[in-house]
Design a protein around this ligand. Structure first.
Ligand code: ADP
Length: 482
């Protein structure tokens, strides 16, 4: 099924709402008009009846003036066209009547007359003696004596409601012509306006459709007016910026990863080719095998690191959430690193305070510390110092690894956590680095809701500070979020 365009939907809604309003308007006009006309008919009937009741025509109800019609004409100056008049006595017997009223055509409702007489109140009545299409409206007006205020008879003045019916019919015809015409005009105008309003969105859709991986740099022209459409265009452009950046990062990452794996492969290939060129001593073969193994280990470390990072990117790397005593963890790691530091003639000291436990993954926190300490040893020269501290701070627990190594240039600091970023490639590679260590550190810190800060001076050393929330704080935070 072809999808209905927003333009058509908007027009349909517009016509529907306009039609509903128009229908309400027409119904109100119809009802008001009918009431007004009926009311004015009743008022006129009442005025006439009142006038007649005050004349000699009703003085003696039983008296049948032979010239009733003539006298009536005299009262009104002219013959009241379309009206009939009759005077009834208290029992509902007709005393006098106009000629236009054939006897018995409009029967007298004697019960009603008795009620009018008893209550002394006006009663309006509609009858259909000439068929359902010819309603006759008339008033039953009690004639009261001047002195005693007693009812002496009843004056009936009636008229056909034909003209009211006719007017209402005409009104309906007008509505039936007017409403569809107005709806048609509304549909045309609505369709045109919706098209005009949606044109910028169509333009945006057209441009967006043409943007592919090959022209990710293209952008949508943002309308000058900062209205909804302008905001949409700006939002899409923002998204394209982010996509383009991510794409660049992925491309760069793929290139870096291939490059990083190619180097050990080239070395291995060279060494193996030399070994195969001629007969060698078993020591030479052993050396070649040992060197190849080193390169294989380097490659498998890179591949493992890459795997971990891609898993973390996809959210597949699930962390344990256990209480971890950092003092025990760091003491344990220190005993291993002391040996390594001694080997590099670096002095490794520590000051580990008793701190509250943190909530996290024991294995990953260990990996974090290993990466930081490995870097500290890697980038500190013989005779240098490394100091590891652990202390409780207001925001949780702080672990600091300070070294007196080569330091990091200020402009490089924001980039050292990027994948494969290395300030000194040769040195990093020489000591087995691949440029992924700090990316993993950053991921672990973030996954533990912590922060990491670096202060460094070239030639003097660097301090990496990791801040982690305590278990208590994490639990409080969780409760607050619930
Ligand atoms: P690598 O495997 O190269 O050490 P990392 O991601 O661990 O990769 O570190 C990225 C870069 O940050 C390193 O190449 C190095 O230039 C710099 N760096 C990291 N730690 C230190 C440190 N303690 N002292 C000086 N430079 C460092």
């Amino acid at each position: 099924m072809r999808p209905v365009s927003i333009r058509a939907k908007l027009t349909a809604w517009y016509v529907f709402v306009f039609g509903a309003v128009l229908a309400c308007f027409c119904i109100s006009i119809y009802v008001m008009m009918e009431r007004k006309l009926s009311h004015s008919v009743d008022r006129r009937l009442q005025t006439m009846a009142e006038l007649i009741s005050k004349t000699e025509l009703c003085a003696v109800p039983h008296f049948l003036p032979p010239d009733f019609e003539r006298r009536l004409n005299r009262i009104f100056g002219t013959r009241p066209v379309g009206k009939f008049v009759r005077v009834l006595d208290l029992s509902g017997e007709i005393g006098s009547r106009t000629d236009n009223l054939e006897e018995n055509k409009i029967p007298v409702n004697k019960d009603l007359i008795r009620e009018v007489v008893a209550k002394g109140e006006i009663v309006f009545e509609t009858q259909y003696p000439l068929g359902p299409d010819m309603p006759i409206r008339f008033i039953n007006f009690p004639v009261k004596s001047f002195k005693s205020n007693k009812v002496r008879g009843v004056v009936q003045v009636g008229t056909s409601l034909e003209f009211v019916r006719e007017s209402m019919r005409n009104l309906v015809v007008i509505f039936f012509v007017l409403v569809p015409s107005l709806l048609f005009v509304a549909a045309v105008v609505g369709f045109f306006l919706a098209g005009k309003a949606l044109k910028p969105i169509r333009d945006i859709a057209r441009t967006t459709r043409h943007i592919t991986v090959n022209n990710l740099e293209e952008r949508i022209t943002v309308p000058v007016a900062r209205d909804d459409v302008g905001q949409l265009a700006a939002t899409i452009n923002g998204m394209l910026d982010r996509l383009s950046l991510s794409f660049q990062k992925i491309t760069q990452f793929t290139a870096d990863a291939s490059h990083e794996l190619r180097t050990p492969l080239t070395i291995m290939r060279g060494e193996l080719e030399i070994a195969l060129r001629g007969e060698r001593s078993s020591e030479d073969y052993l050396e070649t095998l040992g060197s190849s193994l080193e390169e294989v280990e380097r490659m498998s470390k890179i591949v493992n690191d890459l795997l971990l990072l891609s898993k973390s990117d996809m959210g597949h790397e699930i962390l344990q959430h256990d209480p971890v005593d950092l003092r025990i963890l760091l003491t344990n790691i220190l005993s291993h690193f002391k040996i390594l530091a001694d080997k590099h003639q670096i002095q490794l000291s520590s000051a580990l305070e008793e701190v509250e436990t943190v909530f996290g993954d024991h294995l990953r926190l260990r990996q974090l510390m290993v990466n930081l300490l490995t870097n500290a040893i890697r980038y500190t020269s013989v005779g240098g110092k490394i100091n590891l501290t652990l202390r409780g701070v207001e925001s949780g627990v702080e672990i600091a690894v300070a070294d007196t190594g080569i330091g990091i240039p200020v402009e490089d600091i924001p980039r050292i956590f990027d994948r494969f970023y290395r300030t000194d490639k040769a040195r990093s590679r020489q000591y087995g680095g691949s440029g992924l260590g700090l990316s993993i550190v950053k991921w672990i810190v973030n996954a533990h809701h912590g922060t990491i800060r670096v202060d460094s001076v070239v030639g003097e050393g660097s301090v990496f500070r990791v801040m982690l929330p305590t278990e208590k704080k994490m639990r409080r935070e969780k409760l607050r979020k619930k």
